[in-house]
Design a binder for this molecule. Structure first.
Ligand SMILES: CC(C)(COP(=O)(O)OP(=O)(O)OC[C@H]1O[C@@H](n2cnc3c(N)ncnc32)[C@H](O)[C@@H]1OP(=O)(O)O)[C@@H](O)C(=O)NCCC(=O)NCCS
Length: 174
C-alpha cells in the first residue's frame, strides 16, 4: 500500500495519556502543521498533571491522535481545547470528533457547558471540527479575536503567524 493512502482504523482505543506517551505525542504534534510544537517537558506535564483533561487515540499499539485541554481557571464551566492532532494518514475519518466526544463524556467534566478553542482563519479542518460539535450539540458557535497576529509573530517572514480566533461552543446540555 502506498504510504500516502488513507489507513483504515481497525480498532481505536480512546484513553487518558500516560507519561510514556509523551515522546509519541511530541512527535505527532511536531509533524502536524500548522500546530506549534511545545517543549517535550510541556507534553509530559499534560500527560501527568493534566491527564484527566487530555486524551489519546491508540491504534495498533501506537498513539495516532492527541487532544489537550484544561478547565479554564476563571470559568469552571468552560473547557479550553489547547491542541488537537490526528496522524495525517487517519484524518477525515472522524477520529478528532470522537476524541473530543470521549473527553466531554468524562464524569468529572459533566459540568462543562462551553468548549473553547483557537483556530487559525485558514484552518478549515479545525474550524469544521468545532462547527460539527456545535451542530451535534444543537448550540451556537461564536467567534472573537483572542490573539492578533503581531503578538504571535517575531517580525520575520519565517516567524509569521496567523491570528488566533477564539471559537466558543455552547451552552452544551449535560
Ligand atoms: C484538524 C484535525 C485535528 C481534524 O482531525 P480529523 O480526525 O480529520 O477530523 P474529523 O474527521 O473528526 O472531522 C471533523 C469535522 O471536520 C471536517 N473536516 C475534516 N477534515 C477536513 C478538511 N481537511 N477540510 C475541511 N473539513 C474537514 C469533517 O468533515 C468533520 O465535519 P462534519 O462532522 O461536519 O463532517 C486534523 O486535520 C489535524 O490533525 N490537522 C493538523 C493539526 C491541526 O490543524 N490541529 C487543529 C488545531 S485546533
Amino acid at each position: 500500500m502506498l504510504s500516502n493512502q488513507p489507513k483504515q482504523v481497525s480498532s481505536t482505543a480512546f484513553r487518558e495519556p500516560t507519561i510514556e506517551d509523551g515522546p509519541s505525542i511530541y512527535d505527532l504534534v511536531n509533524r502536524s502543521k500548522p500546530l506549534d510544537v511545545n517543549s517535550r517537558y510541556l507534553y509530559l506535564l499534560q500527560c501527568s498533571h493534566f491527564a484527566n483533561t487530555c486524551a489519546v487515540a491508540e491504534s495498533d499499539g501506537s498513539v495516532q491522535a492527541f487532544i489537550s485541554a484544561y478547565v479554564r481557571p476563571d470559568q469552571p464551566d468552560t473547557l479550553f481545547i489547547w491542541q488537537v492532532a490526528v496522524d495525517a494518514s487517519l484524518r477525515g475519518q472522524g477520529i478528532a470528533g470522537r476524541l473530543l466526544g470521549h473527553l466531554l463524556d468524562r464524569q468529572h467534566l459533566a459540568g462543562i457547558r462551553f468548549v473553547e478553542a483557537t483556530v487559525n482563519p485558514s484552518n478549515n479542518a479545525s474550524q469544521n471540527l468545532f462547527a460539527s460539535l456545535a451542530r451535534k450539540s444543537a448550540c451556537e458557535m461564536t467567534e472573537s479575536m483572542l490573539f492578533e497576529a503581531h503578538l504571535l509573530s517575531d517580525g520575520t517572514d519565517e516567524g509569521a503567524h496567523e491570528a488566533d480566533i477564539l471559537l466558543r461552543v455552547g451552552p452544551i446540555k449535560s
